[in-house]
Design a protein around this ligand. Structure first.
Ligand code: SF4
Length: 479
C-alpha cells in the first residue's frame, strides 16, 4: 500500500498542463517539440513527481499537451496504494489499445506500479516501451533517447539515486502553492505497504538546500509551501546544520513571503511535542496535522507493524489538543485488515469519537504484492469490509457536522484557491484546511482574505468576505 493514505485526495489525479520551462541548450539533445502527456494517479508526492518529470522533459525541448490523443509520448504516473488504483492504469493502457490510434505513440509507466511490477509490465501491456520508478526520473530524457535510437524497451528502476531531490527544472502546476520533497523513501515496514519497496530507504534533503529553494520560490511569488515525504517528520538533516524537523519548520516559517507552511505525511512514532510547539510559535505554520492512525485496535496495529499502540497514538493527540492554537487533525483508516474482528472495528470507531477528527480518509484493505500482509489471510469478506467502511464514514460525517458547526460566526483567513463560475463563488482554504465558499471574483484566486462563516456542512463551510489582505516580500531574507 502507500505512503500514508491521506494523500489520496480528490483532485490529486491530474493532467499536466502547459508551462513555460525553456529548453536547456546545454543538453545537446533537441526533442523538436515532441508532444508529451502525463496522467497522474495518487498522492501529492506523485503530483509533484509529475511536475518534476514535466520540467525535465521541457528542459530538453519536449512540449506538454492537454490530451493523450495530441501526444507522441504518454506517461502514466502510477500509484500502487490499492489494487483499484493499480488496475486503473492497466485499464487506461488497455482502452488505448482497443480503440487503436496508439500504434505510433510511446507509452511509459512511471511511479510505484512501475517500480513494483518492473519488467512484468511489458508482459501485461506489450505496447508499453518505458518503465521508470520515481528515483530514476532524472534519467528519463536518456531513456527516451534510447528508444529514439531503436531500443525496443527501456527501464529506470534504480533506487540509489540522490538527485531525485533536484528540482531546478520542476514545472509547477500551481502558481501560489509549491511542493518541496524533503525526504524520500521509507524505513518503516508497515505490513500492508509497498512504499519501502517502490521508493527505497529514507533519504533526507539537506536543510540549507530546502531553505534556499523556499526562498527562491517565495521570490517567485509562491506564498504556500508544502513539505512532502512519505514520513515527512522522520526527516534527518544530512547537512552540517543538523536541523530537527521542528527546527526546519520554524526556519521555513521565517522565510519572508511564505505565508503558509504545511507538511504531509507524519508518522505517529516520530511525531514530537516540538512540532506542536513550533506550530504554536509560528503563525505561518498551518494549524493542521495529518496523523494516520490506520486502526484503533492494538491487535490490528501490531499486525500492521505500525510500531505504536493506541495509547501512544493518543498521547501524540494529547500534545496537539493541548496546543494554544486550535489545530485540526485528520487521519487515515484502513477497515477490514486481515483478521480484523468486530471488536477491533468497534475500537476504531471509538478512536474516532475520542479524537474528534476533522477529516478521515478511509479505505477498505486490499492485499498488495510484495508486502508482508500479502501473505496473511485476507479474512474479512469484501461485503463486510464495505459494510464497515459505510458505518465508519457515517460516524465521521456526524463528527464533522458537529465540528464544522463550531465554526459558525467565526472569521478565518483564507487563501482563495479557486472560483466556481456558475455559482459566482470563491473557494477559500483556511489554515486548518477547511474550505469556505463565498461570493467572489475570479481575480481573487491566489489572494488572502478574511471570510466569516455563515453556514456549515459536513465537508465545507459557506461564508462572506470580510477583508482583503496584503502579502509580504521575500527579497531581503538570508538563512
Ligand atoms: S510509514 Fe508505513 S504506510 Fe507509511 S509509507 Fe512507510 S511503510 Fe508505508
Amino acid at each position: 500500500m502507500s505512503r500514508e493514505l491521506f494523500p489520496i485526495l480528490s483532485g490529486a489525479e491530474g493532467r499536466v498542463k502547459c508551462g513555460n520551462t525553456q529548453p536547456d541548450p546545454a543538453s545537446g539533445f533537441d526533442a523538436e517539440g515532441k508532444p508529451f502527456y502525463i496522467e497522474t494517479f495518487g498522492c501529492q508526492m506523485n503530483v509533484h513527481d509529475s511536475e518534476k518529470v514535466a520540467g525535465v522533459l521541457m528542459a530538453r525541448g519536449y512540449r506538454p499537451v492537454q490530451t493523450p490523443e495530441d501526444a507522441d509520448i504518454i506517461f502514466y504516473n502510477t500509484c500502487s496504494i490499492r489494487e483499484k488504483a493499480a488496475q486503473k492504469v492497466f485499464s487506461r493502457l488497455g482502452a488505448f489499445r482497443k480503440r487503436g490510434g496508439g500504434e505510433r505513440k510511446v507509452f511509459g509507466v512511471l511511479g510505484c506500479v512501475a517500480q513494483q511490477e518492473a519488467e512484468n509490465i511489458f508482459e501485461r501491456a506489450p505496447h508499453v516501451s518505458l518503465v521508470c520508478g520515481s528515483a530514476s526520473y532524472p534519467k528519463l530524457p536518456e531513456l527516451l533517447e534510447e528508444l529514439e535510437a531503436g531500443h525496443k524497451r527501456v527501464t529506470g528502476l534504480g533506487l540509489d539515486t540522490e538527485d531525485c531531490f533536484e528540482t531546478e527544472m520542476t514545472r509547477r502546476d500551481n502558481r501560489f502553492r509549491a511542493y518541496i520533497t524533503i525526504i524520500e523513501g521509507c524505513d518503516k515496514a508497515c505490513s500492508y505497504c509497498v512504499v519501502p519497496v517502490t521508493r527505497g530507504a529514507e533519504r533526507s534533503r539537506p536543510a540549507d538546500k530546502i531553505l534556499a529553494e523556499a526562498l527562491r520560490l517565495a521570490n517567485e511569488g509562491f506564498t504556500e509551501i508544502q513539505f512532502l515525504g512519505q514520513t515527512v517528520n522522520s526527516y534527518r538533516d544530512p547537512s552540517p546544520l543538523r536541523m530537527s524537523f521542528a527546527e526546519l519548520l520554524s526556519r521555513m516559517a521565517e522565510v519572508p513571503g511564505v505565508r503558509r507552511v504545511r507538511f504531509t505525511t507524519s508518522h505517529p512514532r516520530d511525531f514530537t511535542k516540538e512540532i506542536v510547539d513550533a506550530i504554536d510559535s509560528h503563525p505561518a505554520l498551518c494549524d493542521q496535522i495529518h496523523l494516520p492512525a490506520q486502526s484503533g485496535s492494538n491487535a490490528v496495529l501490531k499486525r500492521m507493524l505500525r510500531t505504536y499502540t493506541r495509547e501512544e497514538y493518543l498521547e501524540k493527540i494529547h500534545y496537539i489538543r493541548n496546543a494554544m492554537r486550535d489545530i485540526s487533525i485528520s487521519t487515515d483508516i484502513i477497515v477490514g485488515f486481515c483478521n480484523e474482528t468486530l471488536d477491533d472495528f468497534e475500537q476504531t470507531l471509538s478512536l474516532l469519537d475520542e479524537v474528534g477528527y476533522d477529516q478521515v480518509f478511509s479505505f477498505k484493505y486490499s492485499p498488495r504484492p510484495r508486502t508482508a500482509a500479502g501473505h496473511y489471510e485476507d479474512s474479512v469478506p469484501e461485503e463486510e469490509k464495505g459494510r464497515r467502511l459505510l458505518i465508519l464514514q457515517d460516524k465521521q460525517r456526524e463528527i464533522q457536522i458537529k465540528r464544522n458547526r463550531g465554526c459558525l460566526g467565526q472569521e478565518y483567513e483564507v487563501l482563495v484557491e479557486g472560483f466556481h463560475p456558475k455559482l459566482g463563488q470563491a473557494v477559500g482554504r483556511t489554515s486548518s484546511n477547511r474550505i469556505i465558499n463565498f461570493p467572489g471574483e475570479p481575480s481573487w484566486v491566489g489572494s488572502y482574505m478574511t471570510a466569516k462563516v455563515t453556514a456549515s456542512g459536513p465537508n465545507s463551510l459557506v461564508g462572506q468576505r470580510v477583508t482583503e489582505d496584503a502579502g509580504g516580500s521575500a527579497k531581503e531574507w538570508k538563512f
